[in-house]
Design a protein around this ligand. Structure first.
Ligand code: ZN
Length: 366
């Protein structure tokens, strides 16, 4: 028996004024739905993840994910998902709206823990506003301390929810409503304020982010009988870059740029030259702890601009390959990485092809 995370991403976004459905708008440089997918996967709580959508999506970066077509309304989409999962030995389902991209692993764990003794667990927030209720012509006060604003993921025993859905004839806006309509017990737990829903274009405007910039520079001497690595890929060339590591000037400059923007000192502090531990290390392995730092501190990359300073190899010949490699190493869309070539009029050691230098600027947001 296993748990499944169902991500609903088939909505028509009636309240969202954008030509793109809101789940496909870019939030922190990724389509909205990708954030929750990634969290579900990183949580390692699910044997199966189901994305319900009406758009053709190629999910390449994630394993064990099924993509199915959604229905007309939210409850139609959920029902399709539940029918898809029938006979797949699912114990619990977590149903989440793609419009809540700030889901946390902490909340997922809390929900899972509460499922041990309950068939239905739903996160909620208390209302911070006074609440009125319109009943025909009358408007009444509601005690806001007794108001529960429900969030997702809403979590259920699969079989129970499946049966309730199969017998349901009403249009419902979430699964909690279905449970309440059938007088079934729900365990409500305090949700997460950060797990907000993006409903209108204005919601995006209020999400102010902090922006930071970092600069990186590096230079290494070219020597014979060494392989040349630039941006994490091997480049056919008559010489390679001398250094404690593989001498990859592009990755070293990127590392310093990223560390700079995070205000976390520099590459030499992270990987001391006098430490035998890092001798002959591949630079992509030096980049990984920096990528982890980004993630742990909630940073995301806006863009990276790179100047590679050398006479040869010609940047136009290696650009595609290098950008593809950096994109993969940083899990960053290729369109956000730029690589320019700069020669130095045959001046100095760079001009004489005895060295290659690189400068980089990175923009980050949090
Ligand atoms: Zn270096």
């Amino acid at each position: 028996m296993s748990d499944c995370f169902i991500l609903l991403s088939a909505g028509k976004s009636k309240r969202f004024k954008s030509k793109l459905y809101k789940q496909f708008i870019s939030f922190k440089n990724k389509p909205l739905y990708e954030h929750s997918l990634k969290i579900a996967q990183d949580s390692k709580l699910f044997n199966r993840i189901l994305l319900v959508t009406n758009k053709k999506i190629k999910v390449t970066s994630h394993k064990n994910i099924n993509v199915i077509k959604g229905g007309k309304e939210r409850h139609n989409s959920t029902q399709r998902a539940l029918r898809f999962l029938k006979n797949k030995k699912i114990k619990n389902v977590f149903i989440h709206d793609a419009a809540r991209p700030n889901l946390s692993i902490k909340l997922l764990r809390k929900l899972k823990k509460n499922l041990k003794n309950n068939n239905a667990v739903v996160p909620y927030l208390k209302s911070e506003n006074s609440v009125k209720y319109r009943n025909n012509r009358n408007i009444n006060n509601l005690n806001r301390d007794k108001v529960l604003l429900t969030q997702t993921p809403q979590c259920f025993n699969f079989n129970e929810l499946f049966n309730l859905y199969e017998n349901n004839k009403e249009k419902i806006t979430d699964e909690a409503s279905l449970y309440l309509n059938n007088n079934k017990k729900i365990k409500f737990i305090l949700g997460d304020k950060n797990n907000f829903k993006i409903t209108t274009v204005d919601d995006l405007k209020y999400l102010k982010s902090e922006n930071y910039y970092g600069i990186g520079f590096d230079i290494h001497r070219l020597i014979k009988n060494k392989k040349l690595y630039l941006g994490g890929v091997k480049i056919p060339f008559h010489s390679g870059l001398k250094g404690h590591s593989d001498g990859d000037v592009i990755l070293h400059a990127i590392i310093d740029g990223l560390l700079g923007a995070m205000r976390k000192s520099d590459i030499g502090t992270l990987f001391p030259n006098n430490s035998g531990r890092f001798k002959n290390i591949r630079s992509k392995n030096m980049l990984m702890p920096v990528v982890k730092l980004l993630k742990d501190n909630n940073f995301y990359i806006n863009n990276i601009d790179i100047n590679l300073i050398c006479e040869n190899p010609k940047v136009s010949k290696i650009r595609k390959k290098v950008i593809k490699s950096i994109s993969r190493l940083l899990s960053l869309n290729k369109s956000l990485i730029n690589l320019k070539g700069k020669t130095v009029e045959k001046l100095g050691i760079i001009g004489k092809e005895q060295a290659i230098a690189c400068e980089v600027i990175c923009s980050l947001s949090r």
